[in-house]
Design a protein around this ligand. Structure first.
Ligand SMILES: [Zn+2]
Length: 201
């Protein structure tokens, strides 16, 4: 299970701070609610493309003594299961939808040298699908703007609150993914229980 590493700062500082396992150690398990600090359990690496960064970062993992499941601390500038950082995706979506720029110009606004058509469509499609739920979920934090459609309204709200603070609220409190969980983890980022096996024919 991934939870948010509430770290604000550069990717370089994130990497430096990771070496201390106590610094962000969860004091309870988010999966079984056991009230015991989790045990440091190494790292995994993932790729990340962000403004002025394209490489791999380490993600710290902890293990729960009670349920034996792992918890990883995802930095808040990265979205689960997406290679591109939240700021890059935000810049692209705002440029493409709110400002109505072309794919190429929107990619430039997001500092992306290469932007395949498919990737842009993938982000747009996923965001549009989520927009109404984003508006509803963030209604607790801000008055709804009067934009005519949910996609524009969601973007305006995210621009007002800030994408990372909004993501922090949506993900940490509601298990809500800004661009939607992949199907196998929907609706809340956890592997859904498998249905009982059918009797052998
Ligand atoms: Zn546990």
């Amino acid at each position: 299970m991934q939870i948010l590493h509430c770290f604000a700062g550069s990717i370089q500082r994130y990497s430096e701070e990771l070496s201390d396992p106590d610094r962000y150690r969860p004091d309870r398990c988010p999966q079984c609610e056991a009230r015991r600090p989790l045990k440091a359990h190494g790292f995994y690496t993932r790729t990340l493309v962000d403004i002025a960064f394209d490489g791999t970062i380490r993600i710290r993992r902890y293990l729960c003594h009670c349920c034996k499941r792992t918890v990883s601390l995802l930095p808040e500038f990265a979205l689960p299961y997406l290679r591109f950082g939240i700021v890059v995706i935000a810049l692209f979506l705002v440029a493409r939808i709110l400002l109505g720029l072309t794919l190429k110009a929107a990619a430039e606004a997001a500092k992306l040298a290469v932007m395949p058509y498919q990737r842009g469509q993938f982000w747009l499609r996923r965001f549009r699908k989520q927009a109404e739920r984003v508006c509803a979920a963030l209604a607790a934090l801000i008055a709804q703007p009067g934009a005519p459609d949910f996609t524009t309204r969601a973007l305006q709200i995210l621009e007002s609150i800030g994408w990372i603070p909004a993501h922090r609220f949506l993900f940490a409190d509601l298990r809500f993914h800004l661009l939607g969980w992949p199907a196998f983890l929907a609706p809340a980022g956890r592997i859904a229980a498998l249905p009982p096996a059918a009797p052998a024919a």
